[in-house]
Ligand binder design. Structure first.
Ligand code: NAG
Ligand code: NAG
Length: 493
């Protein structure tokens, strides 16, 4: 059911004059006022309940959706960071027995957390709002790609260790907006839907506080380290606390270790809420502790034990892996080394020397192999900037080295992006508890307008298949992710 038919939506738009910064005459205001009155009269006379429906009080009525309970969270930073958070979210959803709302891939660093060690992070409420707004923008601009389009979650779901639902399906059911999310521009054409999503967002992000529909988790890495079944340490102080230097800056947080099941599971205030919203789920080892989540084993809960084994390695979807293999077979056509060189972003721009040294060592060690040595390079440094550094040296010496790299405009990348958009793995996770089939609600009858950016994932897939080895940039999560996938033999499987 559409809230407004297309013709009415068009009318609605035409009454919104473009904002003019200057030269506002009284006459313009009068005209506007008059227009508004006419518009309101027209709108009420046509569809009295369209307006009522978009009022906050009865927008989301805490839909029961078959008694299912959900968990969403606010991912951020680059793709590989988002992947780590997805794994943590799967774990939390498993422990709390909630259906995980699988988010889209957010634009690189569109949302940032800040620094946990410095106790300077966006609060859960803030980061949820940023993520929500960004996701709506991805939908609006036709650039939505689900994490499940890139990361193969099918074995996780078929194992029944965790239940998942696509973010779009979730909001279309929960916010009661019915829109073809696959269609670019549909939201823009229906301002009332955008309004409705905005209202739903202010509820789901926790801006309106907690109620029976939503429990907004306000604990973050400044106050809490989540544990699970870890003896009697629920509530004890964590070993990492703000030091004297931070206390002088009036940073006085106390970090406690808390059992996530006891805090948010059965018997807690959170349990009865139909949606549980975390903020960031980023964690990393730090000074002998973990920044947010310290759950590495589950001695008493076998189900969670298996879940943890399963999420250690989540492969790319078949479309991405086969594109990587295709490039290795059809273009490189020989055993090759992969060099992942992160040179421009953040901390990495100060570490060129170390990064190139690592590569040179590896290349020198390969010099006894038949020449030329084939090297696949994935780097954020444009080719025009290679001269004058080690990459430039390699590129010049075509007798000894043959360099390969991929660009956004390569046919392989464009074709794969289209295949990923067509496969739409994310939307297959529309149904939950087998009682609702969300895919019915989110039909796909027009192509998405913007081809998703998949270069990074295909580059990673090529590197996973590099038979002469892999050299990455120290400290890069991309390198970490490639090494993990190589360890698990993701190229051959
Ligand atoms: C988990 O949730 C599902 C669906 O809500 C329910 O059927 C099942 O009994 C729950 N399992 C446990 C162990 O609570
Ligand atoms: C790359 O090259 C461009 C122009 O050739 C130059 O403006 C830019 O500063 C270079 N960037 C780096 C990181 O060397």
């Amino acid at each position: 059911m559409n809230l407004l038919s297309t013709s009415r939506a068009t009318t609605l738009r035409s009454w919104h004059p473009k904002r003019q910064a200057s030269q506002r005459s009284p006459l313009l205001y009068l005209t506007l006022l008059f227009s508004l009155l006419v518009f309101l009269f027209y709108f009420f006379s046509l569809s009295p309940d369209s307006l009522l429906k978009t009022r906050i009080s009865d927008s989301p009525k805490c839909p029961s959706l078959g008694g299912e309970k959900f968990l969403w969270y606010a991912p951020h930073s680059g793709f590989n960071n988002q992947l780590l958070e997805l794994k943590n979210a799967v774990l939390m959803a498993g422990i709390l027995n909630r259906t995980l709302v699988v988010p889209p891939v957010l634009d690189h660093h569109a949302v940032a957390l800040g620094s946990c060690p410095k106790f300077r992070v966006s609060a859960p409420n803030e980061i949820r709002v940023l993520v929500w707004d960004h996701v709506i923008e991805l939908i609006r601009s036709g650039r939505y790609v689900s994490m499940a389009d890139i990361v193969d979650m099918s074995s996780l779901v078929s194992s029944s260790l965790v239940r998942v639902i696509d973010f779009r399906v979730f909001i279309s059911l929960w916010c009661n907006v019915n829109v073809d999310f696959a269609c670019h521009g549909k939201l823009d054409a229906q301002p009332s839907l955008l309004d409705r999503l905005k209202q739903c967002g202010s509820l789901l992000t926790g801006l309106q506080g907690n109620d029976k529909c939503l429990y907004a988790v306000n604990e973050d890495c400044r106050t809490t380290v989540w544990t699970y079944q870890s003896g009697n340490e629920d509530g004890v102080l964590d070993s990492f606390q703000p030091d004297e230097k931070l206390k002088k800056k009036k940073i006085s947080y106390v970090r406690k270790r808390r059992d996530v099941f006891k805090t948010l599971g059965p018997g807690s205030e959170a349990e009865s809420a139909s949606v549980l919203a975390f903020g960031s789920l980023f964690t990393a080892p730090y000074k002998g502790s973990e920044l947010l989540i310290d759950i590495h084993e589950s001695p008493r809960d076998q189900r969670i034990g298996s879940l943890m084994e399963k999420i250690e390695f989540l492969p790319f979807t078949p479309e991405i892996m086969s594109a990587g293999k295709k490039f290795a077979l059809d273009t490189i056509k020989a055993p090759f080394l992969c060099a992942q060189l992160r040179l421009l972003d953040g901390q990495f721009k100060n570490h060129w020397k170390v990064t190139f040294q690592g590569l040179k060592q590896k290349v020198d060690a390969l010099m006894q192999n038949p020449l030329p040595i084939h090297i696949f390079v994935m780097t954020d440094l444009p080719e025009s900037n290679w001269t004058g550094n080690y990459l430039g040296d390699l590129a010049k010496d075509s007798n000894q080295f043959k360099l390969f790299f991929l660009k956004e405009i390569d046919q392989l990348i464009i074709q794969t992006a289209k295949r990923i958009a067509d496969a739409d793995h994310g939307l297959k996770f529309g149904s939950f508890a087998n009682s609702h089939d969300g895919t019915d609600q989110v039909k796909k009858d027009c192509p998405s307008a913007v081809i998703p950016d998949v270069l990074l994932y295909i580059e990673q897939a090529v590197c996973i298949c590099a038979s002469l080895g892999f050299v990455g940039t120290a400290g890069s999560t991309i390198a970490g992710s490639i090494e993990l996938m190589r360890k698990f033999g993701a190229c051959s499987s």
